[in-house]
Design a protein around this ligand. Structure first.
Ligand code: XMP
Length: 521
């Protein structure tokens, strides 16, 4: 396979709002608020080149807040021409000051910093405040303020401490608010965002999960009018949702190859099988544990383990793919951040092995189908729920491709896998009982190669040490140890040593990333 055309007709046709990031802590909230209002959004760095913005053809641009002062020499700025594209702009906090500063207004420190919920008087004749009462509560968080408006702008809101709490040039479609409409502490913030999107940008709200489902099903049908589709199903969220969507679009024509390398979490392979063997897809589970354990026997070097698993995965997948006839398309669960991060928003081709999980070099496909190409992770999860995939699968945390092999220090044996699966299941069960907002972003158990002395009843034991790991992170590039309740840790430890007799000690990993990584290997 050389280069294959990716077809995803509707995926990138939605109206888009670009969120230009100036370092504000609420950028994700802004992006999410926009998407929740039915408009696709994308966060890009504040200094994104104008050409890129033009190519993406957004219906609106939002400038986020940020900790800097716009008048400082090295402060982050956007291209001045962003304000001359004729595309509506909404500046929030730092973004509001930047809009004023670049357009010729004066920004300077206010007499007082203004923090918290603040009584704000707005002008309902502004499109931004359409339908609102003049007296509003808004969340303020600033020291600098816009002292003088640029020419051609009019004031549309104020507070007792901040004269220019909002201003605009409706003619040029430039709007700015010093406060934060994206947070709950601005009770009518959603209405303000909605006014911007629908009244100013003219958005139609074409970005809903159920709408996406219908549109994608139609698109997949026209993309693959005849012939079968092959998908490597990992059991992760993206490939699972992709499989369910394809199954609905092309019943009986989708082959999902699920390679169980014997390094999944407890019962995971069976859960995936239970979900997909009931769907309109040809589900092929390859139980390749023995094969993987055989190749991994005696290997303790982490990189070597990863390499062996990667290669063996390709071999197994290859063998299965060759047995199928009539396959004309390859499907992938690529999602929007994958596309953007690889710089490929507008690229229509991929390299043969990108994200495919290993394919025979001589396999020919007419095209690659990527139905989730326009979605963010939380939207993939929402689509999964919409498609009736069980919550346990939809809300699954990230899991490395090499699986438990990188969570067992030293050589892998079937016995070690089995006892780690048990310990890990106990820890995950305890953490899952926490309220959603208190749960870590990733949490699991690790089987170390340290054995230590313990006492069981009247007997001395000499068992494994299990380490528990739980991290807070948004991007997984950096992470902090999650402060789990001490009682949860001790209860997990107690349950683990009581249930898994080979384990005599449980420790908690409190290292951040850097210097450690999330996984132990
Ligand atoms: P590290 O250990 O590098 O992990 O701090 C960061 C995130 O990536 C996951 N991870 C992997 N995911 N294949 C994957 O698909 C891998 O080989 C792999 N190694 C680490 C890890 O679980 C964490 O979420």
């Amino acid at each position: 396979m050389s280069e294959v055309k990716i077809i995803s007709e509707t995926a990138e046709e939605n109206e888009l709002v670009i969120v230009l990031d100036f370092g504000g802590q609420y950028k994700e909230l802004i992006a999410r608020a926009v998407r929740n209002l039915g408009v696709k959004s994308l966060i890009l760095p504040g200094n994104t080149p104008l050409e890129k913005i033009k190519t993406l053809a957004p219906v609106g641009i939002i400038l986020t807040g940020g900790p800097d002062s716009v008048y400082r020499k090295d402060a982050p700025r956007c291209d001045k021409s962003v304000f001359e594209l004729g595309i509506p702009v909404l500046g929030i906090c730092y973004g509001c000051q930047l809009l004023a500063y670049i357009s010729g207004g004066v920004v300077a420190p206010g007499e007082h910093s203004e923090y918290g919920r603040t009584q704000t008087r707005v002008d309902p004749t502004s499109e931004l405040f359409f339908g609102l009462e003049p007296e509003q509560i808004a969340l303020m968080s600033h020291t600098d303020e816009v002292k003088t408006l640029p020419d051609g702008f009019r004031n549309t809101a104020s507070t007792s401490a901040c004269r220019n709490a909002a201003f605009e040039s409706a003619e040029r479609k430039l709007y700015a608010v010093q406060f934060h409409p994206e947070v709950e502490n601005t009770p009518n913030g959603t209405a303000i965002m909605k006014n911007f999107l629908y009244r100013v940008c003219g958005a139609t709200g074409d970005y809903t999960i159920s709408g996406y489902r219908e549109a994608m099903i139609d698109a997949i049908r026209s993309q693959a009018p005849e012939g079968d589709v092959l998908l490597a199903l990992s059991g992760g969220v993206d490939s699972s949702v992709c499989a369910a969507l394809l199954g609905e679009a092309l019943p009986g024509r989708v082959h999902c190859v699920f390679v169980d390398h014997g390094l999944m979490r407890q019962d995971e392979g069976d859960e995936v099988e239970a979900v997909f063997s009931k769907r309109e897809v040809h589900f092929i589970r390859v139980n390749a544990q023995e094969r993987f354990y055989g190749k991994l026997a005696g290997v303790s070097d982490p990189e070597q383990k990863r390499k062996i698993i990667g290669e063996e995965f390709i071999r197994v997948f290859e063998e299965q793919a060759r047995r199928l006839t009539g396959v004309r398309y390859l499907a992938q669960g690529t999602i929007y951040p994958d596309v953007v991060e690889s710089g490929g928003v507008n690229s229509a081709v991929i390299k043969s092995h990108h994200n495919v999980g290993g394919l025979p070099a001589d396999m020919e496909f007419d095209a690659v189908i990527e139905p989730l190409r326009g979605l963010f992770k939380d939207e993939v999860r929402a689509l999964g729920r919409e498609l009736g995939i069980p919550e346990s699968l939809v809300s699954r945390q990230p899991f490395p491709g090499p699986g438990l092999a990188v969570r067992i220090i030293g050589a892998i044996t079937a016995e070690k896998v089995a006892l780690l699966q048990k310990a890990d299941a106990i820890f995950r069960e305890e953490v899952a009982a926490l309220p959603q907002n208190e749960r870590p972003d990733q949490y699991f158990a690790v089987l170390t190669d340290t054995k230590s002395v313990g006492v069981t009843g009247d007997f001395r034991s000499h068992g494994y040490t299990v380490a528990l790991r739980a991290v807070k992170t948004t991007d997984f590039m950096t992470a902090q140890a999650h402060e789990l309740p001490f009682a949860l840790l001790t209860k997990s430890a107690e349950r683990i040593v009581n249930t898994v007799p080979e384990v005599s000690r449980v420790v908690y990993d409190v290292t951040g990333k850097p210097p450690a990584t999330v996984e132990w290997e």
